[in-house]
Design a protein around this ligand. Structure first.
Ligand code: NIG
Ligand code: FE
Length: 412
């Protein structure tokens, strides 16, 4: 199947080379004005300016005239928890009524609430609801996504979640990476026996996960009251011995050493970063680790946003993701994340688009396949409605400016 898009107002994020963007380079978003783009089967095969449009179009099955419209690479959402059994809007109402995190947890809420629901759900039920969420995020422009376990917290339930993610990988058109987040919180029976749970992760969960190839990454919620930096290091070092790299939940609620632990572990990314001091900013900026910002979680929890400008100025590599989960970000809409990044964190539209595409791809080590317009990459595309400028996209928050989405060469 060959598809030709013609009269593209602007082809966005056109890059002949892959490069992780850090600091000032995030603001440079290469585009091609008045362009055509050729898609063969699941790949981008060629593009160029309209005055060089191919003349021999016999093999082209469909020609799509997109006058007035932009084409962007589909979003790369590098941090989600979309396998869960039930939403948690009762906690949402509790929070509106003024209850704090600890009070909600005491009422049986929070991560342990989701873990109880996952324990009671079958693999098929979890698959079906996660599949619906994947379809939903594809419609809003996401073409690649990382999905975490972490609502299991027992060997059986963690493996159940990871097997669901494996099945999603096999059946979905989206590019998917799986992350083992067994260290999301301590289960009730290990509240006073942290080492017991860490040993369970190391000796029981990780060996099976590695043997069945169920995880691309390991993640730990490194936070006061959850896993300390030392405990985080222990879990991730054990995973490393199985060849599994680290991505961390770091510096969300407190400046609690998560970023430093991630950098020491040579983590692919450290995610959240709402609570950063100068040392953490500097350490991250000097490292190869990507800082992934999740502004919709800060929005939903009414927290301070991550210091995106300071991070960019210090030269850090920044990605943007949704954190789609039932507790702190019940939305997988990257378009909203883009708007929040620009409006609340003062990222420029160009910086935000780069962070949500090519840098998001790097945060999943999928940069060879997705994240920019490049010959040979997957044809994962967002085709906009006719819009005035690229800045209009984050500006018009809440509006649907997407006309169509293509994933692996197929329209969603
Ligand atoms: O990324 N911070 C830790 N974990 C999730 C949310 C946990 C939950 O409440 O379900 C997050 O925000
Ligand atoms: Fe998260």
């Amino acid at each position: 199947m060959i598809t030709l898009f013609k009269n593209i107002k602007q082809l966005v994020n056109v890059r002949e080379q892959n490069e992780l963007l850090r600091g000032k380079s995030l603001a440079s978003l290469p585009t091609l004005t008045n362009a055509w783009l050729l898609v063969e089967d699941d790949r981008i095969t060629d593009y160029g300016p309209m005055d060089s449009i191919p003349e021999n179009l016999e093999l082209v099955k469909q020609i799509v005239d997109v006058s007035g419209c932009f084409i962007l690479p589909a979003w790369c959402d590098s941090h989600t928890h979309i396998v869960f059994a039930a939403t948690r809007e009762e906690e949402f109402v509790d929070k509106i009524n003024g209850l704090g995190y600890a009070e909600i947890a005491a009422k049986g809420g929070g991560i342990l609430n989701s873990a109880n629901k996952v324990a009671a759900a079958s693999e098929d039920e979890l698959f079906a609801s996660a599949w619906n969420r994947l379809e939903q995020i594809a419609k809003t422009g996401t073409g690649a996504v990382e999905i975490k376990s972490g609502y299991g917290l027992t060997t059986e339930s963690e493996l159940k979640m990871l097997r669901v993610i494996k099945k999603l990988k096999e059946k979905s058109n989206l590019s998917i990476k799986a992350t083992f987040l067994g260290a999301h919180t301590y289960p009730q029976q290990y509240k006073n026996n942290h080492q017991g749970y860490i040993d369970l992760i190391k000796n029981e969960m990780l060996p099976v996960i590695a043997k069945e190839n169920l995880a691309d990454y390991v993640d730990v919620f490194c936070e006061d009251g959850f896993f300390s930096p030392e405990e985080t290091m222990e879990v991730c070092t054990a995973a490393k011995q199985f060849g599994i790299k680290t991505k961390l939940h770091a510096n969300q609620l407190h400046c609690s050493g998560g970023v430093q632990a991630g950098v020491n572990l040579d983590a692919v990314s450290v995610d959240h970063l709402e609570s950063m001091d100068e040392d953490a900013i500097e350490e991250l900026s000097k490292s190869n680790t990507i800082g992934t910002l999740l502004p919709s979680a800060a929005f939903f929890l009414r927290m301070n946003y991550p210091p995106a400008r300071k991070l960019v100025e210090a030269g850090a590599a920044i990605a943007l993701a949704t954190d789609f989960n039932p507790g702190s970000s019940p939305s997988g809409n990257m378009n909203l994340v883009l708007s929040l990044a620009c409006i609340q964190m003062r990222m420029l539209p160009e910086e935000a688009i780069n962070a949500a595409t090519i840098n998001g791809a790097y945060a999943m080590e999928l940069e060879k396949e997705v994240g920019s317009i490049r010959k040979g990459k997957l044809a994962n595309l967002i085709i906009t409605k006719p819009v005035s400028t690229l800045a209009y996209l984050p500006y018009s928050f809440g509006e649907n400016w997407i006309e169509r989405v293509m994933i692996k060469g197929e329209f969603v």
